[in-house]
Every structure is written in structure tokens, then in C-alpha cells.
Design a protein around this ligand. Structure first.
Ligand code: GLC
Length: 527
């Protein structure tokens, strides 16, 4: 078994998982506290969003020291303890690597700004103003506004594809590449099993800083709404040298470490290059899937296209929620538990590595965060008037008691606790009909049936509103994403191994399997 192919990854937003010291903020010792739960759930690895030192203008995604732990989360001893305790339970730790940009408070940038002649200047991307004083080109920040801010002292602009407090690093610099080689090795040597690589698709920028072309009406709606195609500040061919370099470092270790890219491209055909010739990333996140409508037709077409675009040995990776988007229970399911159960069954039966976002297993919803309590820079007014990303980053609901089992009853959690009733680990853990037990049973079924991990995917004919696919030789999955009962002919009778309607588990079925509205079933055929 290759853990990152056959296993399940669980994403933790560490400030919101478990607070071990009563300050209202989750921490590394809190994650260690809850490893028994993760072992019980059956996950193979945990990906933790950034834990390194940061002034938190983008909650850890603005790094001021790449090899030290943010004090509110703990220290390196806490981290070592976490790796060791997780290892005792067969759970690996994956960290977030943020190579596209640092914090403006990183000593590299402080020096680059203070001493334009210093060698650090070239660690960042600078451009001269146009004759009228405007920025060097038309690139826009992903958070809105121009991607350039002028340094008044030198008169030059520096690039930031996110906040102006997140200056982009210059990946043409051999020194920057060497710094990151050291950073990778620092964490790999401490037992880290791999990295999720932030903004992986965009680290290298066009050397000539050419203008991006406008978006076209038939572009993906996210590209169209952004207004320009990121031709010159993303997916540059030279990035592959960097990925190969990192892969070579990952392969120095035994077992090889994982490179899992945040590859934000909205066309599945463009995912393939990130895998290289099996010498770049092992996994590349699929954002087309995340942005899919929750319909049988929409999902099937994206999965079928991904399967065509990523033949073996490339391996897909799927997530239904992340720390950047509304949770799937809201985004896809309108808060319906029934639909959420079908979605989780899909996630855990596709060919590829599933990544659960903490709380997905409970059917956790977004939590409304009143404007005065917002923390995310996207949502606090300067960049966006919307609710930002806080609603999907709220504390894990462990128990119905005050503090939610996340923090002490007296402490003020850093973001509000979910008001959802019955969505806690304590309440769901012993309820055989709960979403949590469904998730756990699906993970266990995957683990026990190689067809459900390594078996091929085949799209099967199904009427409108339904989607059916085979896994390997003996398994089929039928999802009814509609309000009406429907049936799919699987060509041979079989047995339901697991249904979102748990009373059907074990039921013998004829070749034509009937599925209720929003039901999902895993069928073992030929039995
Ligand atoms: C990635 C992260 C997001 C962050 C951004 C800038 O998209 O997932 O949370 O704001 O990069 O680092």
C-alpha cells in the first residue's frame, strides 16, 4: 500500500481543531490530544494548514519564519511530539509549504526593502513603473486590486498576487530555490511525510512581466469574473524545473515524501503537466471538481474528463471542502444531511485520494460570522465586502457542552462555535445512523476492498439525475442526485455493501438496483 494513493488525508485548520491551553485558539498539542479520534476515524494522514511563524495577515499564509512554529500554536517540541504520537497510530503529518510569497515581515523582505543593493532584493519580484507612474503591468491580485505596490524609497513596485503584506518570491533566483531546498529538508528530517504546496500553479512568473490577456466569455466563470487569464503569472513552463527539484529531494527519503499541489487551474486537461513524467507532484488538487454543480451530469462529466486527462500512473485527488470555500454541506447540499451523505459516499468511492476537511465527517455547516468578529482579510472590507472565509474555518464541534469541547467554557473561541445541534463528535460517535459513523464505515470499507482503492473507474449508463460507476472488477457505486426514486441496471445482481440509508446495508439486489432520492449505494456485484 502506498499511503498517499490508497489512504485518506484529513485536513486540519489548527487554530480551529482543539485548544489545549484555554486561550480560545487551537494548537498543536490539541491536535495530539485528538489523535485517538483520528485513528478511530481511520485516516492515514493529516495535512495541517501553516503552523510557521506569521503576523497572521492571512492566518499563516504569510510566513515570517519557515522553520519555526507560530507561538500561539506551540513550539518545535510540540511538533515533534505530534509527529511521534501520530506515527504510533500509523498517521502521517503533512505540512503546508508556502513558496509563492512570504510575509512582508520576513527578514528577507525587510532587508530587500531597507537595502535595495542587498542580495535579498532579488528574492522578490520588482518592476519599474510605466512612464506615467502606473504599475509595470496589468496583473491583478487574487484578492482584488492591482498585484503591485510601490516602494516609495526606491520608486520600484513589488509584486503580490495576494495581499500587499504577502510579497511574491522570485523563483528565477537560485538563492530562493536553495533556501526552499533547505526548508523542505528541515521538515522532512523532522519526520514530515509531505507538503501541500500553496499556490503551486503560480510560483514562477513571466520574466518579461508581460500583460495578461482579457478573459473570454466562454472561460470558466471564475476566470471570466476575474477579468483576465493568468497566462503570464501562472502555469509558467519553468515551474516544472522547481517541481522536479523538489521531487528529487522528496525521493531522497524512504518512503518518498509527498508533494500535493494546490493546482488552481479550472480545466482538468491542465492538471496533467503537474505530474510531469512521474517526476513532479504525486497529487494535484482538482478545483474544477470543487467548483462543480452538485448534479449527476455535472459531476460525471468532470470525473470522466479527469479520468481521461490523468491516466495511470497519475493519480487524482479529491476534496469537497477546503479552508477557502463554503463547506460542501452548504455549497452543494443546501444544508441537507441526506445530500451530504450522498456527497461523502461519492468522495470516498472515487478513484483517487480523498481529502476530508475537518468537520466534513460530521456534516458541519458554515457558521455565520458577524462583521465585528471577522478575522479573514477577505471579508473584512479592504478586499471584499462579502463574508470572507471565516464561516468555513470555525471551531470543530466535539461536544454539546459550553466551549464545544474545543476550548474551556470560560474562553472566548477565536471564531464563533457552530450553533448546529446534533453536529458534534460526542453525539454522533455512538449513533449508527450518523454521518460520522457513515464516514468511518466508508473509510473502513475502502480499506478492506482493494477494488475501492486501486480498482479502475468506469462510467456506467444511468438515467438522468443518477450517476453510476464501476470500481475495479466487483464494485459499483450508484448515486441518485435527484428528488425521485430511480434505478440503474448494473448487468448482474449483487449485494449492497453500504448505503447512505443504512437499513439497506447487506441487502441483496437484482441487476436493476433501485435507489431512493439522494441515496448513494456501494454494490458488490456478481455475488
Ligand atoms: C492559498 C490558500 C489561501 C491563501 C492563499 C494565499 O490559496 O489556500 O488560504 O489565502 O493561498 O496564500
Amino acid at each position: 500500500m502506498t499511503w498517499w494513493r490508497d489512504g485518506v488525508i484529513y485536513q486540519i485548520y489548527p487554530r480551529s481543531f482543539r485548544d489545549s491551553n484555554g486561550d480560545g485558539v487551537g494548537d498543536l498539542a490539541g491536535v495530539t490530544d485528538r489523535l485517538d479520534y483520528l485513528e478511530w476515524l481511520g485516516v492515514d494522514a493529516v495535512w495541517i494548514t501553516p503552523i510557521t511563524v506569521s503576523p497572521d495577515s492571512d492566518w499563516g499564509y504569510d510566513v515570517a519564519d519557515y522553520t519555526a512554529v507560530q507561538p500561539v500554536l506551540g513550539d518545535l517540541d510540540d511538533f515533534d511530539r505530534l509527529v511521534a504520537e501520530a506515527g504510533n497510530r500509523g498517521i502521517r503529518i503533512v505540512l503546508d509549504l508556502v513558496p509563492n510569497h512570504s510575509s512582508d515581515q520576513h527578514p528577507w523582505f525587510v532587508e530587500a526593502l531597507a537595502a535595495p543593493d542587498s542580495s535579498r532584493r532579488d528574492y522578490y519580484v520588482w518592476g519599474d513603473p510605466k512612464p506615467d507612474g502606473s504599475p509595470p503591468n496589468n496583473w491583478r491580485s487574487s484578492f482584488g486590486g492591482p498585484a503591485w505596490t510601490r516602494d516609495p524609497a526606491s520608486g520600484q513596485y513589488f509584486l503580490h498576487n495576494f495581499l500587499s503584506t504577502q510579497p511574491d518570491l522570485n523563483w528565477w533566483s537560485e538563492d530562493v530555490r536553495a533556501e526552499f531546498d533547505r526548508i523542505l529538508r528541515f521538515w522532512f528530517d523532522r519526520g514530515v511525510a509531505g507538503f501541500r504546496i500553496d499556490v503551486c500553479h503560480a510560483i514562477v512568473k513571466d520574466r518579461e512581466l508581460r500583460d495578461n490577456p482579457p478573459a473570454e466569455p466562454d472561460d470558466h466563470p471564475y476566470v471570466y469574473n476575474f477579468g483576465q487569464r493568468k497566462v503570464y503569472n501562472a502555469e509558467r513552463p519553468e515551474a516544472h524545473d522547481v517541481f522536479r527539484r523538489w521531487r528529487a529531494i522528496a525521493e531522497e527519503y524512504d518512503p518518498a515524501r509527498l508533494l500535493l499541489g494546490e493546482t488552481y487551474v479550472l480545466d482538468v486537461e491542465r492538471l496533467r503537466p503537474f505530474y510531469g513524467d512521474d517526476d513532479e507532484l504525486q497529487l494535484a488538487f482538482n478545483f474544477v471538481f470543487l467548483h462543480s454543480p452538485f448534479t449527476a451530469e455535472g459531476l460525471r462529466s468532470i470525473i470522466d474528463a479527469t479520468e481521461r486527462a490523468l491516466p495511470e500512473p497519475a493519480w487524482p485527488v479529491w476534496a469537497v471542502s477546503t479552508h477557502d470555500l463554503p463547506r460542501f454541506v452548504d455549497r452543494w447540499c443546501g444544508g441537507s444531511v441526506e445530500r451530504a451523505r450522498a456527497a461523502i459516499l461519492m468522495l470516498l468511492t472515487l478513484r483517487g485520494t480523498p481529502v476530508l476537511y475537518y468537520g466534513d465527517e460530521l456534516g458541519m455547516c458554515d457558521v455565520p460570522v458577524p462583521p465585528g468578529q471577522r478575522r479573514d482579510p477577505v471579508g473584512t472590507g479592504a478586499y471584499d465586502a462579502g463574508p470572507g472565509r471565516d464561516p468555513c474555518r470555525t471551531p470543530m464541534p466535539w461536544s454539546p457542552q459550553p466551549g464545544g469541547g474545543f476550548t474551556t467554557p470560560e474562553a472566548e473561541p477565536w471564531l464563533p462555535l457552530s450553533p448546529q445541534t446534533a453536529v458534534t463528535v460526542e453525539e454522533q460517535r455512538n449513533d449508527p445512523n450518523s454521518m460520522l459513523v457513515l464516514t468511518r464505515d466508508l473509510i473502513a470499507l475502502r480499506r478492506s476492498e482493494p477494488d475501492l482503492t486501486s480498482g479502475g473507474y468506469g462510467s456506467l449508463p444511468a438515467p438522468g439525475g443518477l450517476w453510476a460507476f464501476s470500481r475495479g472488477e466487483r464494485f459499483a457505486v450508484v448515486l441518485n442526485l435527484s428528488d425521485a426514486t430511480g434505478a440503474v441496471d448494473l448487468g448482474s445482481s449483487g449485494r449492497i455493501r453500504l448505503s447512505t440509508r443504512r437499513e439497506r446495508d447487506g441487502e441483496a439486489v437484482a441487476a436493476a438496483v433501485e435507489v431512493g432520492a439522494w441515496e448513494g449505494v456501494v454494490v458488490e456485484t456478481g455475488g
